[in-house]
Design a protein around this ligand. Sequence first.
Ligand code: G3D
Ligand code: MG
Length: 176
Amino acid sequence: MVDSRKLKICLVGDVGVGKTSLIRRYVLDVFDDKYIATIGTKVTKKDVQIQNQKTGSAENVTLLIWDIMGQPSFREVLREAYFYGAQGAIAVCDVTSKESLNELRYWIKAMTATTGDVPIVFLGNKCDLKDETRVTIDDIKVFAKKHEATAMYTSAKTGHNVEDAFTALVDKMLAR
Ligand code: G3D
Ligand code: MG
């Protein structure tokens, strides 16, 4: 059997935006209403079959999804190791916090210093918190546009758009 192609994906964004919850929703299809502290970095594997838009055929790929503990100090010390070899990224903000969107600027900068230009999907997570939403989809699109990236609202809690977000990223990565 041929080894399936491996793709490294990093999640970036501030503490509490929902990175770990998004990965758990995507990989395990569960949501915990408690904070699951990420110790350092954690890699989760998921095998997927994706329609390669370029070749038109189905392709088996193994996603290596890297999760981090998003402390500012982390950015200095471990970021090179974390970002090294990443072929795509999911940039996550919390729609109830404008600040978490602005912070993505620094995360992207730190990442691209190591990875160069890679496909990114920008997510406004926690879209289930409708009354507390402070970040519009257009706010996120302004960020996404600079990187020719896609912007989506997601909810790790309800599962809204979570699968689509990962699929959209993998499509872009395979189209390279
Ligand atoms: P992080 O990995 O980016 O640090 P976590 O974030 O995935 O640990 O999530 C931080 C908090 O946000 C957790 O709640 C988690 O349950 C919550 N959360 C994550 N995604 C969503 C979502 O889509 N909707 C809602 N409503 N909450 C979400 P606590 O209360 O433990 O801080
Ligand atoms: Mg986490």
